[in-house]
Ligand binder design. Sequence first.
Ligand SMILES: [Zn+2]
Length: 141
Amino acid sequence: MHSLLRAALRAPPSPSDKAGTFYMYEIRPRQPNQPVRRAQAKLGRAKDPLKRKVQWFRKCRGQRQRWWCYWRVPFAAKFERLIHLHFKLRGAWLGRQPCDFCPTKHQEKYDLEACGGRAGVRAAVELYLGLLRWRILRVDM
Ligand SMILES: [Zn+2]
């Protein structure tokens, strides 16, 4: 395991870190001439993932979003940092790019294929939950 990941695993959660959820959804290409050509994974945290889902649908109109699931975690910021680091080290991060559908510069988009697909994301999330000895509380959406 990469030393940065080991350090992130061991790091104590910040005092402001709270219980929440870690969610994932897929942004799918529409047609060959559309801006999104390859499937992307959006990985993030939210206190209320159902509210977040509605927010993103409204904000990023025109995207084809397919929400998969979320996990309940005791420290959402720590967990998000860890998973983002994992996929950045794998070269899956798409960077801070302007969105084709809204004014936001999203920072949490990953190339789905480079993540190992949906199964790859799920395996990584549940591996780290296990390493942290946190219960796997997954809710499919
Ligand atoms: Zn957007």
